[in-house]
Design a protein around this ligand. Structure first.
Ligand code: NAI
Ligand SMILES: O=C(O)/C=C/C=C(\O)C(=O)O
Length: 484
């Protein structure tokens, strides 16, 4: 059986306690995960502190960048192994992980290794009473040991989205991957060693949240900052832990994102984009669309086109070339999503398509499959409209006026992203400004540029990462004042 170890101070470390990892595709037991004890988490944090005070902290920027470029090469060289591990853990289609998850794993190191070469500073000449003046200038120092808590939906992508800039800025990290998808995080240890990253700079501890590695890490007094992606309630618990010692947090949390489809849109592009935003990665993307609002003149046509396109989607095992949608990540998550499918019926939804478990071949029967699902007819206060489901499903409702569409999009406690489909440029700008979300895509969805600010409003997050915003979180800005 595959053993997935912790990675502490440059070495793979076994734990006494272990838990089982099951395939989301077949339900089979595929690995044993070593659950870090409190002492092991402490050892990881101490190793990170030592590396910060030692070789990594002392290393000139150029040398650090050269090492991170070797990390990029290391991921690229092991592309197929990362791909296999990511698909085994998540069940996502190989084609998706090949084009998104694994390349982004490398790109997240490359982009920030490049970016730290040219960090601009501030400089002010200051008048003083003696007439000789002073010069103020700013420098950025690493924030310290960063605790990185990751979810299961895009495991390598989201881990490296945090670890890439953290290391580029000179920090050391202790990562707690999701207990559901721990394999690629552990594999990254080998890449780090090969690239010459000093022991202790990158550490991985496995386990759960409360009373396990997640809590041990976020409450550890030597962790200087915490970055998290996951559910809003977990983010709130982590914020409480971070309050002890007044440590900074960057939180990227849930969403209940809207798509606004105007009658003047490019119809086929809007259908294709909405299909992708609702069902990509089996709907397990925090930026995904779960609420679709369509201008009334094209409502019936849009629903019909979505139904046809959804029913044509091929659900299957990750490694089949024709697969467009895989299973959900786990049996637990399947039960959660199916409970919302049941709730939708109880709340009075019309099930346009889906709503259950697809009929799968015998070898896949024990996987965590659900049908891509579309509903109409729910009132806006239905729980299915209000709560993040995180599955391949969306509700489609009509609207009559632009201001109604904006009000509907904003009638949520979340504020992560929105997608607006229109060919009227003035409207695109107007609506994009008024939707209360961290990211507004016009005539697209998930079109990513890693230099742009990324994060959510309201209960979807605190802070922004991406581009200079990552540099701001992962560094302490210091002003140096020189009296002349
Ligand atoms: N990217 C996103 O926005 C994601 C949202 N979700 C949503 O969250 C729901 C629950 O999924 P989970 O994986 O359980 O998400 P979660 O937010 O509970 O877990 C995310 C990470 O936080 C850790 N964690 C949990 N409690 C913690 C604590 N008290 N202290 C420190 N670390 C802690 C987990 O072990 C995991 O590594 C999903 O059904 C989905 O709706 C899940 C994954 C990603
Ligand atoms: O592209 C990214 O950086 C992030 C994408 C998705 C998430 O953050 C998420 O689903 O949590």
């Amino acid at each position: 059986m595959t053993q997935v170890h912790n990675f502490i101070a440059g070495e793979y470390v076994a734990s006494e306690r272990r838990f089982k990892k099951y395939s989301p595709v077949t339900g089979e037991w595929i690995a044993d995960i070593h659950e870090a004890s409190r002492e092991q988490v402490d050892a990881a944090v101490r190793a990170a502190r030592d590396a910060l005070n030692g070789p990594w902290g002392q290393m000139p920027l150029q040398a650090r960048i050269a090492i991170l470029e070797k990390v990029v090469d290391g991921i690229t060289r092991r592309f197929d192994a990362f791909l296999a591990a990511e698909c085994a853990d998540t069940g996502k289609p190989t084609a998706l992980a090949r084009s998104l998850d694994i390349p982004r794993g490398a790109a997240n190191f490359k982009v920030f290794a490049d970016m730290v070469k040219d960090v601009p500073g501030e400089c002010f000449e200051t008048a003083t009473p003696d007439g000789r003046g002073a010069i103020n200038y700013s420098v950025r120092a690493p924030v310290g040991v960063v605790g990185v808590i990751c979810p299961w939906n895009l495991p390598l992508l989201l881990l490296t989205w945090k670890v890439g800039p953290a290391l580029a800025c000179g920090n050391t990290v202790v990562v707690k991957p999701s207990e559901v998808t721990p394999q690629t995080a552990a594999m990254l240890g080998e890449v780090m060693n090969e690239a010459g990253v000093p022991p202790g700079v990158f550490n991985v501890v496995h386990g759960f949240g409360p009373d396990s590695a997640g809590e041990f890490l976020t409450t550890h007094p030597w962790v200087d900052a915490i970055t998290f992606t996951g559910e809003t309630r977990t983010g709130a618990a982590i914020m409480q832990a971070a309050a002890i010692g007044a440590r900074p947090v960057s939180l990227e949390m849930g969403g209940k994102n809207a798509a606004l489809i105007f009658a003047d849109c490019d119809f086929d592009a809007a259908v294709e984009g909405t299909l992708r935003s609702a069902f990509a990665n089996s709907g397990q993307v925090c930026l995904g669309t779960e609420r679709v609002y369509v201008e009334r003149p094209i409502f019936e046509r849009f629903v019909a086109a979505m139904k046809t396109a959804t029913e044509a989607m091929r659900i299957g095992a990750p490694d089949e070339a024709s697969t467009q949608m895989g299973p959900l990540v786990s049996k637990e998550h399947q039960a959660k999503v199916l409970s919302y499918y049941q709730l939708a019926r109880e709340e009075g939804a019309t099930v346009v398509t889906g709503g259950g478990i697809p009929d799968m071949p015998a070898a896949l029967k024990d996987g965590s499959w659900v049908e891509p699902t579309i509903w109409t007819g729910l009132p806006e206060d239905a729980r299915v409209i209000k709560e993040e489901i995180f599955g391949p499903c969306c509700h489609i409702a009509p609207f009559d006026r632009e201001e109604d569409a904006i009000a509907l999009a904003n009638a949520t406690d979340y504020g992560l992203s929105a997608a607006i489909w229109t060919t009227n440029l003035a409207r695109a700008h107007r609506v994009a400004r008024q939707v209360n979300a961290g990211i507004a895509w016009v005539n697209s969805w998930y079109l990513r540029d890693l230099r742009t600010p990324f994060g959510g409003a309201k209960q979807s997050g605190i802070g922004r990462e991406g581009g200079v915003h990552s540099l701001e979180f992962y560094t302490e800005l210091k002003n140096i004042c020189i009296k002349l």
